[in-house]
Design a protein around this ligand. Sequence first.
Ligand SMILES: NC(=O)c1ccc[n+]([C@@H]2O[C@H](COP(=O)([O-])OP(=O)(O)OC[C@H]3O[C@@H](n4cnc5c(N)ncnc54)[C@H](O)[C@@H]3O)[C@@H](O)[C@H]2O)c1
Length: 244
Amino acid sequence: MARLQDKVIIITGAAQGMGATHARMCIEAGAKVVLTDINTEKGQALAAELGNQALFIQHNVTSEDDWTQVIAATQAYFGTINVLVNNAGITQSKSILETSLDDYRRILEINQVSVFLGMKAVIPSMQASKQGSIINISSINGLVGGAIGYTDSKFAVRGMTKAAALECAPFGIRVNSVHPGVIATPMIMQGDTKAAVEAFAKSIPLRRVAQPEEVSRLVLYLASDDSSYSTGSEFIVDGGLTAQ
Ligand SMILES: NC(=O)c1ccc[n+]([C@@H]2O[C@H](COP(=O)([O-])OP(=O)(O)OC[C@H]3O[C@@H](n4cnc5c(N)ncnc54)[C@H](O)[C@@H]3O)[C@@H](O)[C@H]2O)c1
């Protein structure tokens, strides 16, 4: 039997980057995947390419109403939800003095409040079925410092994961965080940033940027029953960057 045979998985921010790769690899492993994103054009095109094990739903992760609709539509289309991957996120690299209050609130809403809303929306259905795996995508900037706003939001995701893991364990729901290092996705490989990222990669112990698939393999582990005893934990995939 395929590793994720018939598991129903919701992945946010799945129109491109790591979310898209997680969706593709979960489907290859037998799962039924709901891809959500604010980018409808890209999300719909990817779901069409992935076939009848994929469904795209337009979704702004900061909207509680959108979350209610995503959960209801997933249950109606595929049935019991087994896994939620809170992956959607944005980055920013401004200093504290350059960051406006609106900038600051925006990144916390998209990277942090969204994870609260996603867990709040999915937990009732997972409680009812006495199972579930919630995978919250943080960053190495949830472990060590980086830019203001981004770092704050990713540290919060790490903490929320532990709070949720303790609260949800009695119901058989596992909650873990994933901490990627430098991964080749549109988020960091566009325009001027690409050259800077490649130069920085020389300082990583494994001397390179990772491909999204290298993070997806960890997400597949946490989505599968292979990780049945892991909850409240931090899973780092960073080529040794934070070991230095
Ligand atoms: N790329 C990296 O090096 C890296 C490293 C550590 C952590 N991460 C984290 O991994 C996750 C995925 O990053 P990526 O590199 O694939 O990014 P990406 O920019 O390539 O993709 C992010 C996706 O999220 C979607 N999105 C943004 N705001 C949204 C919203 N409000 N509602 C719904 N969807 C929204 C975008 O449309 C996009 O499709 C993010 O949480 C990011 O912070 C990335």
